[in-house]
Design a protein. Structure first.
Length: 168
């Protein structure tokens, strides 16, 4: 078992609810949304920690190489920007577990893509499990991220939890 998944399993089993007002951890989602709204790939380094992994929906394998992850995400942003498109991403964190300076968040994400100027919107709904960790500089960043498809109703029916990220 990979160390990240072992840590996730341990944290889920032993973790306690996070402080309800942990704005520093919620800020990671704000930074990600801002990066996509601005289509500013340089700001993604403030979202993902060095060594971060990502298991995207509909992929045969996860991405466990940080440079490959950043290249893929920033390439997508540049492509959309070059074509005059737009991306809007919204998060609803439904549950947070804490184990020291690590949070395990479960929630829902809705992303609206307009891939080129004048293009039709594409709406994607997903559920996610994200592991955030406090970094040496004091900021929080994603160390492991995974998502899967979910019906739109899951995002729509998500209930706000006091202090957790909840976009309208």
């Amino acid at each position: 078992m990979k160390p990240v998944f072992a840590a996730i399993s341990l944290a889920v089993a032993l973790g306690s609810p996070a402080a309800a007002n942990d704005e520093a951890a919620n800020a990671v989602y704000e930074r990600m949304a801002a990066s996509y709204r601005a289509l500013d790939p340089a700001s993604l380094d403030k979202v993902y920690a060095p060594g971060a992994t990502y298991n995207p929906r509909n992929a045969k394998a996860g991405i466990d190489d940080y440079q490959r992850l950043m290249t893929g995400l920033s390439g997508f942003q540049r492509q959309v920007k070059d074509k005059g498109g737009h991306v809007d991403i919204r998060f609803r964190v439904a549950e947070r577990k804490r184990l020291g300076d690590v949070y395990i968040d479960h929630g829902f994400v809705r992303t609206t893509y307009i891939l080129e100027k004048g293009g039709a919107p594409i709406i994607s709904n997903g559920k996610f499990m994200t592991v955030l960790a406090k970094q040496p500089d004091g900021n929080w960043a994603i160390v492991s991220d995974a998502d899967s498809d979910t019906p739109p109703e899951a995002f729509d029916k998500a209930v706000p939890v006091a202090g957790l990220k909840y976009d309208q």
